[in-house]
Structures are given as C-alpha cells and as structure tokens.
Design a protein around this ligand. Structure first.
Ligand SMILES: [Zn+2]
Length: 484
C-alpha cells in the first residue's frame, strides 16, 4: 500500500483510426517508439488549428518518454506544392524563398508554443531521389502508369484501398476532391509525379522534368527516416482521406509490409462553430494568439478537450485557461518552500499524501487511455484544490505530502508543458485584467443601450474595434473576441 505510483510502459491504449477501436499500445521495438507526423505545407503562417495537431503530437511524445520509452519523431515540411507555387506567384517571390521563410516561421511559432523540435524535420525538396525510387518500384510492380510525363498510382491494384477511411469504391468518388483528369484509367487514381508546367520549379526524373505529388512525399520521407513500418502515424483529421489512404496504398504495395501500426487523427479546432481553416478564411494565427496570451495558457486551452473531440476557440475558454494557470502557478509558488524540507514520517500516510497518490494514478490512467489530456488536467487541478485547502490550514504545514505534491505537480505539468515553459506571471495577470475590463465596458454599454443612449453604446463598440476587440450582439447578450 505504501510507496509511490510506479511509472511503467504497461497499460497504454490508443484509439487506432484504422481499426476504429481502442487498442493496447505495443510498439514494434519495446524500447523505441517511432512516430511520423504530417507537418505543414509552408505557404503561410500556421493557425491555431494547425497548432492543435502539432501540440498533441508534442504531448504524445512527452508522455511516451515519461513512460520510459525512447521516441523518434519525424515531422515533415511540405515545401513544394500547388499552394506554395500559387502564393509565391501572387507575392512575386520564388517558391523556394516563400517556403524557406514560412518554414522558419513555423519553427519559431512552434518554439514559442513550447513544442520540442522533432528528431528529424525532412523537407520534400531534399528527398526527391527517394520519391523517384519509390515511384519506380511501384511502376515496376505494375501499380502505376505514365501519361505525358506524369505518373499515376493505379488504385485498383491495391485491394485494401479505402481501409483507413472505411470507404467503399463507390463512396470514394462521392464528395472527394478527386481531380478531374480524363487521361486517368480510374478517377480514383492519383498522381505521384506531376510533369513540369512552364515556369514551375521542377526536378529531373526518368519521366522527364516534374515535381512530386503530396502523398508520395510522406511515404518516401517516413520510410527513409523510420523504416518500412512505423508505430504511430499522426495528423489532422482532414488528412485521413485521401492523403493517408494514399500513403498506405503507395507504401504497402511497394514494401508488402504494414506502413503504420497506429493511426491517430486529431480533430479540428472550431471557431464560432465552424472549422478553423485557411480555405474557410476563418482562422487565428498561432503567432497572434501568442502575442495575446502566455504559452501555457494556449497550451492549456488546446488540450482542454480530448484530441478526438471538438474544441471551440473563444474568449471565455481562453479566459478560463488563464484563470486555471494562475491557480496552478500560485499553488506551486506556495509549495516551493516545502520542497524536500520535510522527511516522510514512517508508514502512516496523511490524507493529503493519499490524495497525491490518487492524483498521480488518475493522471496516468487518463493519459494511458488514448492521451486523455482533459481528464489528466482534471486530476492536476483536483490536487491543486486540495493543496490550497490544506495550505490554509496552519496545523498541517508540516505534512510531508506538500513536498510530494510539489514534485508530482511539477512532473505531471511538465508532461503537458503547462508550467515553467516561459510564462511570465505578469502576462497572465494582464490578460485576466484585460478580460475583466472588457467585460466592464460591455456592462456599461448594456446599461447605455437600455436607456437608448446609442451614442455611448456605439462609441464603446467603435473604440474597442480600434483596439482589435470586436463586439457581437446576440440574443443572450454581447460577446467579444480579439481580431487580428
Ligand atoms: Zn503526410
């Protein structure tokens, strides 16, 4: 009964999108877990939706390390793509320059969010020979064909096509963004090599000048850096079809081996109820959010829901996260002086010691069960509440549980990256104070509206707008948000 909760590699479960169920997690190599995560197409800055995917991957890796695994994480950068070529043309810069600048910006933003760099960040343009080899293997196997310098994957050669997205052949066409190209044998076929168009960046290949398709990039880079079979392949839920389906088709037909053993798909971030995305013109850039909130607050917000559940970006949630972080920081500050200052007194555990043990077990249980960060945070904040109660009770100040609580909180918060990343408490405080001031102005404006003082009401709305704070009047009252 005594002794701490032992951290072992046992007991982890992951929801595998491929089998559509919770599976025991057993890596191929018992010591090292390999993870491939689809990284950004670097044509612009990343938004908060992209940040959710990147942060979840960071936490998966941190937790696996906490459990005692070595982890090799590979996250690619798609630095050649239609979007990059089009945007570069709009801006009048080269595709190479645009991709390089946005790649740098991606690393900066990730670092500001406290995301540890991957072990390898391969770039598509630096792996053209590997992609050509893979395409050639598929051609040799009769699983691809060449038309006018482009190479297409022959989907009907892969009997298991559709197994990840659970689509039957007839569904695969409906609603999918299938490129209309009459030259293809089957509308489901997709290009792995695109013949060069005038003015576009291109590379030499056995089929003439051209550039790789998006799907072949990930297959080639994943296998180059992690081998034929990966433990975990992660990405945003929008990538499941066709991107990941096509990665499986290419890789598994080429090697005959399982490409990825666990597929993890991270849900969209929503804003005002709809998906946050560039194409929807509906997004908050990560760097703008980081200008407004400390790192830990944004991390807390982004993991406040389980990664497969929807999460809505709004002011109230961020204000809540800021409040939670302030409670956590205050608690840890108060506990600092108890660090290792009290010896454990024999075998009788105090009530707070029990709470610490329980909390650690709950945290582990939550994270073991498909990385349930929402429940893991619940365990942390339950302990914070209990510690705060005990700290106000003068009689219990010699309780050795304080030192244990401190260590346990530090340890678990480190896994989630919500303490001591680079938060300045003054920032935290400023955010909360700003939110309270905006709320006060909304109340004054509401009073003005009730006495039909439209001049004051409009003045408050307009002046806040100048400060990038937008008010929306709804039936339930006014809401506000920061607009970039
Ligand atoms: Zn990918």
């Amino acid at each position: 009964m005594s002794g701490g909760v032992q951290i072992t590699k046992m007991g982890m479960k992951i929801y595998n999108s491929l089998s559509r169920q919770l599976e025991d997690f057993v890596p191929l190599n018992p010591e090292q877990v390999s993870i491939y995560s689809c990284g950004p197409t670097v044509y612009d800055y990343i938004h908060m939706g992209n940040a959710r995917t990147a942060l979840v991957t960071d936490i998966i890796r941190r937790y696996l390390m906490y459990k005692g695994y070595n982890v090799k994480l590979v996250q690619n950068l798609t630095d050649i793509d239609d979007k990059i070529i089009n945007r570069a043309a709009e801006l009048g810069v080269s595709a190479k320059q645009l991709a390089s600048e946005n790649g740098e910006a991606f690393f900066q933003d990730s670092q500001r969010l406290g995301i540890h760099p991957a072990d390898v960040h391969p770039k598509a343009t630096e792996h053209i020979p590997e992609m050509i080899d893979l395409i050639q293997t598929l051609l040799d196997k009769g699983a691809a064909y060449v038309i006018d310098g482009s190479v297409y994957y022959r989907v009907n050669q892969f009997a298991e096509y559709g197994k990840l997205s659970n689509r039957k052949p007839e569904d695969l066409l409906a609603g999918a963004r299938v490129e209309v190209d009459e030259r293809k044998e089957d509308p489901r076929d997709f290009d792995m090599w695109k013949a060069a168009k005038p003015g576009e960046p291109s590379w030499e290949s056995p089929w003439g000048k051209g550039r790789p398709g998006w799907h072949i990039e990930c297959s080639a880079m994943a296998m180059k850096h992690l081998g034929e079979t990966i433990d975990i392949h992660a990405g945003g839920e929008d990538l499941q079809f066709p991107h990941h389906e096509n990665e499986i088709a290419q890789s598994e037909l080429a090697t005959g081996a399982t490409f990825a053993r666990y597929w993890m798909h991270i849900a969209f971030l929503k804003i005002d109820g709809t998906r946050m995305g560039k194409s929807e013109q509906n997004f908050i850039l990560l760097r703008d959010a980081l200008d407004n909130y400390p790192t830990e607050v944004i991390r807390h917000f982004l993991i406040s829901a389980h990664y497969r559940h929807p999460l809505d970006y709004n002011q109230e949630s961020l204000t809540k996260s800021a409040g939670a972080l302030r409670r956590l920081n205050n608690c840890l500050d108060a506990l600092k002086e108890y660090d290792q200052s009290v010896e454990t007194n024999g075998t009788t555990a105090t009530p707070l010691q029990h709470t610490v043990q329980e909390m650690k077990a709950q945290f582990t249980q939550a994270m073991d069960t498909d990385f349930n960060t929402a429940q893991a945070l619940g365990a942390i904040f339950t302990l914070v509440g209990e510690v705060n109660k005990s700290l106000t009770n003068v009689g219990e100040k010699t309780d050795p549980a304080f030192a244990q609580a401190y260590q346990t909180l530090l340890e678990t918060c480190q896994v989630l990256g919500i303490y001591g990343t680079d938060t300045q408490e003054s920032d935290d405080h400023n955010v909360e104070q700003r939110d309270q001031l905006v709320q006060l102005l909304l109340e004054i404006r509401q009073d003005a509206r009730e006495r039909k003082d439209w001049e004051t009401s409009d003045k408050i709305r307009d002046r806040l707008k100048e400060l990038n704070i937008e008010i929306k009047d709804t039936r339930e009252g006014a809401t506000w948000k920061i607009v970039a």
